[in-house]
Unconditional design. Structure first.
Ligand SMILES: [Fe+2]
Ligand SMILES: [Fe+2]
Length: 227
């Protein structure tokens, strides 16, 4: 902001009187414009966490059974996709950032979350204790998310330069987009849809044949930029 204000102020004051300063200021503004398009991986990850928070609040408010089912579908999809996308993108740079022990810890958390989601998947939304089964999975996910945001993300922002951060943010979003959502929740608690989709095509096709594609979802509140 400081740079922007000064670049614009200098440009306005000198733009008509000094060609050299005007060129320098134009470069500064261009640099700033480029900078403003850089992404922050911690922001993109938090965006997913916030969507889960929002979806869970909507699930709690919903009274219509069909709406609850659609929100639950979306919650499950988002938690699976987010976890797998992290594992194949941002966690790969944790070792470089001195967070290698954290990778194993995070993957164990993800394994627990996927196991809980697997239980959710095997219960109909109209069973008596469905809300508490789903709520348990969401609460474990959100506790893990809070640890990422409060403990790990400040270190990521501190230890990555802006270009590296931007590159990993784009890798994370691309990973999200490439995960075949019809593949979950076939994946059991280890690995994940992306990894499993590479090796269990037969099971995926079997599930697809049973109509997994007919799932319906609700819209997400927050969206990632296009990359
Ligand atoms: Fe995670
Ligand atoms: Fe996360």
């Amino acid at each position: 902001m400081f740079v922007a204000r000064n670049a614009l102020r200098l440009s306005g004051r000198n733009g008509l009187t000094s060609g050299r300063i005007a060129i320098r200021n134009a470069t500064a503004v261009r640099t700033l414009a480029t900078y403003s398009t850089l992404l922050d991986v911690t922001r993109e990850i938090k965006l997913d966490h916030d969507n889960v928070r929002d979806l869970f609040a909507r699930f709690g408010r919903a009274t219509d059974q069909k709406e609850k089912t659609l929100i639950a579908n979306t919650l499950i999809r988002e938690m699976f996709v987010h976890s797998d996308a992290e594992e194949v993108s941002v966690y790969n740079v944790y070792a470089r950032l001195g967070l290698d022990d954290t990778v194993q810890h995070n993957k164990e958390d993800h394994a627990e979350i996927k196991q809980l989601l697997w239980q959710v998947e095997h219960n109909a939304t109209d069973v008596e204790n469905y809300d508490s089964i789903l709520g348990n999975a969401v609460n474990v996910f959100l506790a893990h998310a809070a640890e990422e945001e409060n403990v790990q993300h400040p270190k990521i922002r501190e230890r990555l330069d802006v270009e590296q951060n931007d590159q990993i943010a784009r890798t994370f979003i691309k990973a999200r987009n490439s995960i075949p959502t019809h593949a979950y929740p076939l994946a059991p608690q280890t690995g994940g849809p992306l990894q499993k989709a590479m090796g269990i095509h037969g099971r995926v096709q079997e599930k697809m044949a049973k109509g997994a594609h007919s799932r319906e979802y609700v819209d997400l509140k927050f969206e990632h930029p296009e990359v």
